[in-house]
Every structure is written in structure tokens, then in C-alpha cells.
Design a protein around this ligand. Structure first.
Ligand code: ADP
Length: 181
């Protein structure tokens, strides 16, 4: 299955993606995780991405798209993938669509994890990642509203809404059943 996961920062996409990845047998490809791995290893891409991530801003699309395309070219992603964190803008969605079309591939769906804003702020403050301070969280939520939320309309009837409030297992069960599994 080729799926995109959407939702505000802190919606628990990463947690759900890890579970879905295991159950569906396709890799979880998280742009946030890829960036953090590059930052940890001190690669040029990591050095470039770090200042944007620390400020809660989007990393430039050319850098991000190059990283995603090269990850999608790896062996384990040939039969499917769960894309978490990409696309984050309509421009990125168009890049992904072109990339898949070039290979005569299509997305099977877009899971949209829905959650109230006060719950996501609470979750992010609780997990305490380096970019999870109040100022950065505010910036990321505003970037989400301005740049990422329009993807819901962009994807239209390919959107599969998932209620992302509640227990991890409960949310996973909702996602599996929405996928007909
Ligand atoms: P969250 O879902 O909590 O926002 P992520 O791990 O998905 O966290 O992303 C962390 C940061 O990585 C983002 O705030 C942004 O700076 C950068 N990032 C991730 N995905 C993208 C993307 N598709 N385009 C640009 N920047 C991105």
C-alpha cells in the first residue's frame, strides 16, 4: 500500500505509522526522522536542515524532495510505503504526484489524523523533543494551518479521516478498519 499520513504536528502520526508499518509490511518513511538522522550524523543535508527545524519552519522543498525521492528509490519501498511528514505543502504534493506518475504508480489513500489543537500542544510539550518548546510549537501549528491543512482539500475524496484522540491501540484499530484491514 502507498499511503500518505496527514495531521497536525503532535497528532501521533509517527506512533501510528510505526504500528501500521509493521501490520501492513511497508516501510515508515518520516521526513522528520530522516532529517534528525542526518543532523545526528552531521551530513551536509543535516547541517542545512537544522536551522529551519530548530525554528519550526519548513526545510526548503528542493532539499526535502530530493531526500524523499532518494528514500523512495530504496528496495524496501518498491511495494509500498507510509509517507509521514511529506507532502507538507501543495507544492510538495504536486512533486510527489509527478514522481509517482513517472513510475506509473498511484497513492492508495491519504490518512488524515484529526485531533483538537489543545491536545496536540499538550502531547508535544510532554514528549520534550529538541524542537518542542512553546515558541516553536506555535510556529509549527501556524505553518500547519497555512501550508499543510490545504492538502486536505487538495486530496479531496482520497482523504481517509481518522479520529486521532484516545489510546494508541484504539486509534490504530480505527486506521486499520478504515483501510479495510
Ligand atoms: P511534527 O510532525 O511534530 O511536526 P516532524 O518530525 O514531522 O514533526 O517534523 C519536524 C520538522 O522537520 C518540521 O517542523 C520541519 O522543520 C521539518 N520537516 C519535516 N517534514 C518536512 C517537509 N515535508 N518539508 C519541509 N520541512 C519538513
Amino acid at each position: 500500500m502507498r499511503l500518505v499520513l496527514l495531521g497536525p504536528p503532535g497528532a501521533g502520526k509517527g506512533t501510528q505509522a510505526a504500528l501500521l508499518s509493521e501490520k501492513l509490511g511497508v516501510p515508515h518513511i518520516s521526513t522528520g526522522d530522516l532529517f534528525r538522522a542526518n543532523i545526528g550524523e552531521g551530513t551536509p543535508l543535516g547541517v542545512e536542515a537544522k536551522s529551519y527545524i530548530d525554528a519550526g519552519k519548513l526545510v526548503p522543498t528542493d532539499v526535502t524532495a530530493r531526500m524523499v525521492k532518494s528514500r523512495l528509490a530504496e528496495n524496501d519501498a518498491q511495494e509500498g510505503f507510509l509517507l509521514d511528514g511529506f507532502p507538507r505543502t501543495v507544492e510538495q504534493a504536486e512533486i510527489l504526484a509527478d514522481h509517482l506518475t513517472e513510475q506509473s504508480l498511484e497513492l492508495d489513500g491519504v490518512l488524515n489524523f484529526r485531533i483538537a489543537e489543545d491536545v496536540v500542544v499538550e502531547r508535544m510539550l510532554a514528549r520534550g523533543r529538541a524542537d518542542d518548546n512553546e515558541e516553536t510549537i506555535r510556529t509549527r501549528l501556524s505553518v500547519y494551518h497555512d501550508e499543510t491543512a490545504p492538502l486536505i482539500e487538495h486530496y479531496g475524496d482520497r482523504i481517509i479521516p481518522i479520529d486521532a484522540e484516545g489510546e494508541v491501540d484504539e486509534i490504530n484499530a480505527r486506521a486499520m478498519s478504515a483501510l479495510g484491514k
